[in-house]
Design a protein around this ligand. Structure first.
Ligand code: NDP
Length: 293
């Protein structure tokens, strides 16, 4: 069997088109422009690339993009006061504080200072609680993108065996809640899981969010399973160049899976598209308007 390749890049483009349509309608019919503020502290090169891409794509769909780039030695108090300022700004509907933050700043404190209604990353404790209890919340962008791809690929997920490898607060745990919400039978695996191979072999759906290059070999994959590879790992490529690989060994897994996301071009592009979608949702909620589906 050769797996269908799930084209996250194309899927993300269709989501961005829909977002652009909603933004245009919000402007025309209500005179409202959704605004997203992104806060970056320090010089982390990967974070700088993410923030630049987020700003570019925010503007491309017609939204207002506000970037706050603060020096590495910014105090926690100053960052918290910027968050307060953005919370109170009616032109800002979504606030994203790029992680990781420097060690001297308590990330939880900062994330939990964001107004939950503007928490487009879905990391505020209120949104985590709402998601965990199956209530309307802001859903973290990466797991939301994974869920959208799974629904698109499989239709109903009800009754399917799903394994999420990784239990982080930003990917693994919310992913598991979303799959449970769609009535999957969910296993969350992590570094202490025994017989990971056997656990993965049972799964109709595998979501790998570990951060270890190609750690899931093809022979762990149940024939016909759907594989979503969240991992982004830099490994030596040709010559001096680095290349990106996922947590799944794509070559061997695509011999057995029914469908699989590539790295790059799978989950990555969906994450930013979902961030834009969450910002429009936040804007609609803030203005008492119908939310996009
Ligand atoms: P974390 O490092 O926070 O979590 C990794 C998880 O993997 C932990 O729960 C850890 O277990 C588990 N793990 C580590 N080693 C093993 C192992 N040998 N077997 C089973 N489980 C293991 O990572 P994130 O969740 O933040 O990110 C995961 C990956 O996804 C990274 O490659 C990251 O770059 C990528 N990512 C991609 C995004 C995208 O947009 N495409 C967005 C966010 C992340 P334990 O808890 O026991 O330590």
């Amino acid at each position: 069997m050769t797996a269908e390749i799930i084209d996250g890049k194309a899927f993300a483009a269709t989501i961005r088109d829909k977002v652009a349509g909603h933004v245009a309608r919000l402007k025309e019919e209500h005179g409202i422009t959704p605004g997203l503020a992104v806060v970056l502290v320090g010089e982390d090169p990967a974070s700088q690339v993410y923030v630049r891409n987020k700003g570019k794509m925010t503007r491309e769909v017609g939204m207002e993009s506000v970037e706050h780039r603060l020096p590495e030695d910014t105090s926690e108090a100053d960052l918290l006061s910027l968050v307060e300022h953005l919370n109170a700004d009616p032109a800002i509907h979504g606030i994203l504080v790029q992680l990781p933050l420097p060690d001297h700043i308590d990330s939880d404190k900062v994330i939990n200072a964001i107004a939950p209604a503007k928490d487009v990353d879905g990391f505020h404790i209120s949104n985590v609680g709402l998601l965990g209890t199956g209530q309307k919340s802001m859903v973290p962008c990466t797991p939301l993108g994974c869920l959208m791809m799974l629904r698109d690929q499989l239709g109903s997920l009800s009754g399917l065996d799903a394994v999420v490898i990784g239990r982080s607060n930003i990917v693994g745990k919310p992913m598991a809640h979303l799959l449970l919400g769609d009535s999957c039978t969910v296993t969350i695996a992590h570094s202490r899981t025994k017989n990971l191979a056997e656990v993965v072999k049972r799964a109709d759906i595998v979501v790998a969010a570990v951060g270890r290059p190609q750690m899931v070999p093809g022979d762990w994959i149940k024939p016909g399973a759907t594989v979503i590879d969240v991992g982004i790992n830099r490994v030596p490529g040709e010559g001096e160049k680095m290349r990106l690989v996922g947590d799944v060994d794509f070559a061997s897994a695509s011999e057995r899976a029914g469908a699989i996301t590539p790295v790059p071009g799978g989950v990555g592009p969906m994450t930013i598209a979902c961030l834009l979608a969450n910002t429009v949702t936040a804007c609609c909620r803030a203005n008492g308007l119908a939310e996009p589906e």
